[in-house]
Write a protein that binds this ligand. Sequence first.
Ligand code: UT7
Length: 319
Amino acid sequence: MNRKAVVKGVGHYLPKRVVENAEFEETLETSDEWIRARTGIERRHISAPDETTSFMGTKAAQAALAMAGADIKDVDAIILATSTADHTFPSAATMVQQGLGMNHGFAFDVQAVCAGFVYALTTAKSMIESGQANSVMVIGAEMFSKLMDWTDRGTCVLFGDGAGALYLEAETDTDRGILSSQLASDGQYKDILFVDGGVSMQTTGHLRMQGKEVFRHAVEKLSDTAVSSLADAGLTPADVTWVVPHQANRRILEGVSKRLKIPMDQFIVTVQDHGNTSAASIPLALARGAAEGRFKPGDVLVIGAIGGGLAWGTAVLRW
Ligand code: UT7
């Protein structure tokens, strides 16, 4: 029997506080105009102390379950993509498990920075196809605001907080579901995007990035893996209905659009409202696309992301 991981529900949570670009003009040598022109970002959500990664992840998962009409008893596993778990351990996933009142199954975090959601979804796909799980809640949840150096205008204006969740169930003999995925990483680029703290230093640290370098890799690697994961599914860019990419910079998306020859009006773009929410950005964009009724059954969606590591990946799914 041909088992597939099929999307049953999508949900999201965004912190209540919204920070417009203009707020940064008070403390940094920057402008709303620069941020909009160079990134497409207009605002981002910044979490309050009680809006932690596990809190936001729990809310997003509850919304995905509600959309699916499913109960927590139906969920076999939680896979949560994050680089900003509430604590060094336990995993944010087990904290979400508790938040959802789930005492069965298993939960774990995946850490592949901005590509984390694609890695988590690929893990869920494998577990569902192999029969290890019948249903998986895949969450991307982040509070990157906690990693910002608020004096560094080259990074702190770019990121935001939030969470999104996709609830997947096994179905047999269907043409829907996750059709293919490709993951890649290359540790030689670790110094162009990293956090200068961690367990070995007994600090949390701050995000450091050579933006131009990351930008260059992003356009090329996202386009190339999109083409090869589409080929794995027996498809080409011409078959794509929607591209739902990681939201780091509108100019990166325009570069990918050009290389794939898929027009920007087939891209779900949320970077203007969310900034870069790392592993949360794709499920947040999926939640918005679904809420706006853009995805129709049978639509081919390509998701793709790149971030620290470098780690990147794409997946193809039929809605
Ligand atoms: O999710 C993980 C993946 N991350 C990404 O994909 C991010 C990829 N990179 C980018 O999005 C862009 O490279 C940035 C938005 C980070 C920067 O844009 P850029 O066009 O590559 O600018 P730049 O770094 O070359 O900087 C150009 C100038 C610099 O000034 P000088 O050296 O030319 O005098 C910067 O200091 O812009 C300056 N600058 C700013 N000016 C006003 C940098 N940040 C700001 C700012 N406001 N916020």
